[in-house]
Design a protein around this ligand. Structure first.
Ligand SMILES: [Zn+2]
Length: 512
């Protein structure tokens, strides 16, 4: 009997810290050997002149979710996970989204059922919390965190989702005592509302005014306020989809003063600008998301933030809506920028875009790419040791990339249901040709080989940002916390639910 079910032979293997030539051996869905000259296996993949990288983790994507405006996105757990897999991603963490009138246990059960029936790769959930009432704070949140939904997303804007500062403090305090990570959409609601009302009153309805209403100052102010609230409670915070230079500099400054703040960015802030919203007719609606794409200066700041650890997480924020009445244009040609669904597709192209423009264009090392698209997500969201690294004992999730394959992006080659891509016509270098999830070859020869419903729910552990013995949560935060919340931040997380990890591979997450 062969020692391995699968061996990937003669490739260059990359982790967040090293690149080396080796074979990777897999048995029972787990990586069991990394060495040269492994014995034969039932299934062999020749990876010579290929790069073997950890499967991507997309920790921000909206799947089969009703938006705050009440519009259903067009990808379900099947189409979204298929698209993710074709783009080299083997784990997604979408949202179980509460709307204010919904009970949290019902929300979680509903998303869990739909994902279980359809997902082709592994998945977890973050909880979107829209109504932090007493039941939510005291009963429901502790319960879902124990079930492995160890991160919560809250909004500072959108009429139907936003929390005020008092509510944000309540949620941060529960996160501290229950060891959950809070993710925040940081934009100042009243600035946006005030600008939008003035623009509409003057007849400015076109998509490009979306970018005017969502001024970078609104993002910078809310980012600073969210950090202040998290410092008061003394709990780490993650700012999602950071787009503008002002917010990035605010985060960098706070980190330099010792705040335990982490941040995420997305492809649209590297590869699009507000000019894309100013296209013929209503075509700019295809580029509307919040925060909106900014300008060249902010793109440069995002690249710098990816490089220096200010933005350790690169997600898609996949939020797919069709360019028709079901999504972007609910009122047809009369749709104003306030009425169009917010969000862009990106779950499939997230990794190829950053690979091409980051690694192949010389802006990022291969290790940095691995950290930004995979390893740091595992660390941030309680999957260390299991996902996000090619290491003994981890799930056999990886992709075999051909660094020389050239691809011209068109919507018709993609596997999501959006019907367009904001990156149409872009020439990319490098592509994930073979994708492996828990030892199963799920994509090969541009064909899917995974069954609907074969993905598994990931009961996640505590974020390394909360539990790391390496000092991610700083002394100042601990001091503040002692007075407010009854919890021992220094206690190391029990690792019992996770497999051991071989080497530390999260350089960019350490507080600098
Ligand atoms: Zn989002």
């Amino acid at each position: 009997m062969e020692e391995f079910d699968l061996v990937v032979r003669d490739g260059w293997v990359a982790t967040a810290s090293e690149v080396f030539a080796a074979d990777v051996g897999v048995r029972d869905g787990v990586i069991t050997a990394i060495a040269k000259g492994l014995l034969r296996a039932k299934r062999e993949i020749n990876a010579s002149e290929r790069w073997v990288l950890p499967g991507g983790i997309d920790s921000h994507c909206h799947v089969e979710q009703l938006s705050g405006m009440g519009i259903m996105c067009v990808d379900d757990f099947y189409s979204a996970t298929v698209a993710a897999a074709f783009g080299g991603t083997t784990t997604i963490i979408p949202f179980a989204a509460q709307h204010r009138e919904m009970k949290i246990p019902d929300v979680v059960a509903d998303y869990a059922k739909r994902a279980r029936e359809k997902a082709v790769i592994d998945y977890g959930f973050h909880l979107i919390l829209a109504n932090p009432d007493e039941t939510a704070l005291n009963i429901d949140l502790p319960a879902v965190i124990r079930e492995g939904i160890t991160s919560l997303k809250v909004y500072m804007t959108y009429d139907k989702l936003r929390l005020d500062d008092h509510q944000l403090l309540d949620v941060l305090a529960v996160a501290a005592s229950e060891q959950a990570l809070v993710m925040v959409h940081a934009e100042n609601h009243d600035i946006i509302r005030w600008l939008a009302n003035r623009l509409l009153a003057r007849g400015h309805k076109a998509p490009k005014f979306h970018a005017v209403a969502h001024d970078p100052i609104a993002e910078g102010e809310a980012t600073n306020r969210a950090i202040a609230l998290s410092r008061l409670i003394g709990v780490p915070l993650l700012i999602v989809h950071v787009s503008a230079r002002e917010a990035i500099e605010t985060i960098r400054n706070a980190k330099q003063r010792g705040a335990a703040v982490y941040a995420e960015t997305c492809p649209q802030y590297l590869f699009l600008t507000a000019d894309d919203l100013d296209r013929n007719g209503l075509e700019g609606a295809m580029y509307c998301c919040s925060p909106p794409p900014r300008d060249k200066d902010s793109q440069d700041a995002v690249w710098a933030g990816l490089k220096d650890g200010t933005l350790p997480i690169f997600s898609s924020d996949h939020a797919p809506y069709r360019f028709d009445k079901t999504g972007k244009l609910p009122k047809g040609d009369a749709t104003t920028f306030k009425e169009m669904a917010n969000g862009l597709p990106g779950i499939e192209l997230r990794m190829p875009l950053l690979f091409s423009e980051g690694v192949m264009a010389g802006r990022l090392s291969l290790q940095e790419f691995v950290a930004l698209t995979s390893t740091n997500h595992a660390s941030m969201y309680g999957l260390t040791g299991r996902k996000g690294a090619i290491t003994i004992g981890a799930d056999a999730d990886f992709a075999v990339w051909n660094p020389n394959r050239e691809v011209t992006v068109t919507a018709s080659m993609l596997h999501d249901n959006t019907g367009y891509t904001p990156y149409e016509g872009r020439k990319l270098k490098g592509w994930p040709e073979i994708v492996v999830s828990r030892g199963r070859v799920v994509v090969e020869n541009n064909t899917l080989h995974a069954e609907r419903g074969s993905g598994q729910f990931l009961k996640r552990g505590t974020s390394d940002a909360l539990s790391s013995p390496e000092g991610i949560s700083v002394a100042e935060a601990r001091e503040a916390l002692r007075g407010l919340v009854d919890v021992g931040m220094e206690d190391e997380r029990s690792q019992t639910s996770l497999r051991p990890r071989r080497s530390p591979t999260r350089p960019t997450l350490t507080c600098r």
